[in-house]
Write a protein that binds this ligand. Structure first.
Ligand code: SF4
Length: 306
């Protein structure tokens, strides 16, 4: 049996409510089938290029909860950034096919989201992309994120040790100062569109106000996440079977757990990580994470991990 098929989650273990999967062509229907059988709120993230008719019908018939598709801009820009001449067109066809299937099967599921990361060279396309997502793709949700990179949160390396200094490093990406007026003007257009349209527009990460969102672009160290429950409810599995927390702290390899991902929740290393994480008041490695609510870092002198 292929390894992917053995990873199907067991219905009795840990993750009862929410699963996030990062799909792609090779994601096995058997794994999704198992997740959807458990009536979980399953979310699939995709670039949309590998969502063929059969997979789309499967997702609609099985009432997948949420499908997010990443688009970096309009057709020419998106295809150039992705290095694929038809990437935008394929995602476009997939989403339109999905909408037709939803109408045919009279279901609102999956809800759809277009995700876009703001960069210093795509921001003038974003209002057009939003309108396209709303009117042409009939998306339910448009999520606009900040670019960020924290060595301990992204990438393919995990750390073994809670004292790893990467846990204390924040985002290493700052937007060029001269791009901020243009990005600010773009955000005003997006917010004005949000006020009059049905599509739900979200800025990620969440801040208390748009001003903080803009300030974070040039000074990410000023902001961060004070607490976040996700390490208690989510695990990540990397391409090589390494299971980590959302911050790349290594819990185990799936092969050591006989392919039962949920066993990782019961391991002492997982508990140790949660205890260490709770001891932090402020998490530099979370800076810019689109899943965390950000605040000004008034307590920058974070408590050290015990
Ligand atoms: S903000 Fe939350 S989800 Fe994001 S890296 Fe930090 S703990 Fe994980």
């Amino acid at each position: 049996m292929e390894e992917d098929d053995r990873i199907a989650p067991r219905p009795d273990a840990g993750y009862d409510q929410r699963w996030r999967t990062f799909c792609g062509s090779r994601y096995k229907k058997t794994v999704l089938d198992s997740l959807l059988n458990g009536r979980r709120m399953v979310q699939v993230g995709s670039n949309g290029t590998a969502l063929n008719d059969s997979m789309l019908r499967f997702l609609v018939e099985r009432k997948l909860y949420y499908l997010s598709v990443s688009l970096d801009g309009m057709q020419e820009y998106h295809n150039r950034i992705r290095g694929m001449p038809m990437a935008f067109q394929r995602a476009d066809i997939a989403l339109k096919t999905l909408n037709a299937l939803k109408r045919e099967l009279r279901t609102p599921y999956p809800a759809t989201c277009i995700k876009c990361v703001i960069t210093d060279d795509n921001y003038d396309e974003i209002p057009m992309l939003l309108e396209y997502a709303d009117k042409e793709l009939n998306a339910d949700h448009f999520s606009l994120s900040l670019e960020s990179h924290s060595p301990f949160r992204h990438g393919f390396e995990s750390a073994n040790d809670l004292s790893d200094e990467r846990l204390r490093r924040g985002s290493v990406i700052c937007y060029p100062i001269d791009s901020i007026p243009g990005i600010s003007a773009m955000l005003q257009k997006v917010l004005a569109y949000r006020r009059k349209s049905r599509i739900h527009v979200e800025l990620a990460p969440a801040f208390n106000n748009t001003e903080s969102f803009l300030q974070c672009m040039t000074n990410p160290a000023k902001f961060g996440v004070c607490n976040c429950r996700r390490p208690w409810t989510e695990l990540t599995m990397l391409y090589d079977g390494e299971i980590t927390s959302c911050l790349n702290y290594r819990i185990a390899n799936v092969r050591e757990l006989d392919y039962n991902v949920c066993m990782a929740l019961k391991l002492p290393r997982h508990r140790e990580f949660l205890t260490g994480f709770s001891a932090f008041h402020f998490h530099p490695a979370c800076q810019g994470c689109c899943l965390g609510r950000h605040k000004k870092n008034i307590g920058a002198e974070a408590k050290e991990i015990a």
